[in-house]
Design a protein around this ligand. Sequence first.
Ligand code: HPA
Ligand code: ZN
Length: 350
Amino acid sequence: MKVPVIPTKRLPELLRAMPKAELHIHIEGSLEPELIFALAERNGVQLPYADVEALRSAYAFTDLQSFLDIYYAGASVLLKEEDFYDMARAYLKRAAADNVLHAEIFFDPQTHTARGVPIEVVVAGLHRACVDAEVELGISSALILCFLRHLSEDDALQTLEAALPLRDKFIGVGLDSSEVGHPPEKFARVFARCRELGLHLVAHAGEEGPPAYIWSALDVLKVERIDHGVQAAQDAALMQRLADERIALTVCPLSNQKLRVFPDLADHNLKQLLDAGLAVTVNSDDPAYFGGYINDNFVQLFEAVPALTAKDAYHLAFNSFEASFAPQPAKHAWEHALKACFERFADHQG
Ligand code: HPA
Ligand code: ZN
């Protein structure tokens, strides 16, 4: 569609109001410090931080690994089905308030099974929260099981086997955790098996790792979307491939800023990726740790990069629906709602 002209001063309002999908959110990364302490108390878990403020002040990251160390510590309070339910419920409520119509939610079963929490407990709590949120909040959602890439492929294969009886409760698999030194091809067999099972495939690649990891995520793992992928900009042939095949990148601006992938939000390359014709989306990654949910990511990025326009906003939201794994009729309905929102703003009614 021809995107209407919308005054720059109304951009933040438009970014918040526009319907959108979130495709890159780690549910364990939505655990707010207040909920971490409440669950620690409920479960009798001892935390190495005195209080919420002490925990929050530890959120000073220098790279991906410095974040992951604290992120896994935070997840240690999750023991019961109700804990997973409460965490996902809080995220879905927050996402619905940001006009997220659909969320595809990552979870890390190995973080929990390693502590003796059965995968059935993890999935039951998360899935029930998704079902209830659809009824009570009108938000659509689905789960994507992520393998931890710092662990072995055998561990991932065992995790997949354990998850198979729950196959109807997740739509796909992903790959996350420490990227450098753990290339996608390390997980070739487990992804091939997931592909045979008809699961959707995504992988984190090109967050801190080189463009070669994006190539192998596509060619070896055969993923349908790349999570992050911002390092693609270093490789012209890869940029061309991503544009030609409309392979979506789930970009997370505040995460990239906080983990120093870019020195500053103003240096972020999202606009460059978008202008090169890539199917870019905006997402929050780990909102409780990186200082904002999806609308904060949109608003802060557009503030820091004044070249971004209402037209870019439209494309980013449109891409989020298009790149989702939702059924075609739902995508069309959401895209229609997006168009209606922009028309409302063009008419100055908001
Ligand atoms: N990268 C890799 N692993 C993760 C991330 C991330 O941004 N967030 C949670 N696990
Ligand atoms: Zn991520």
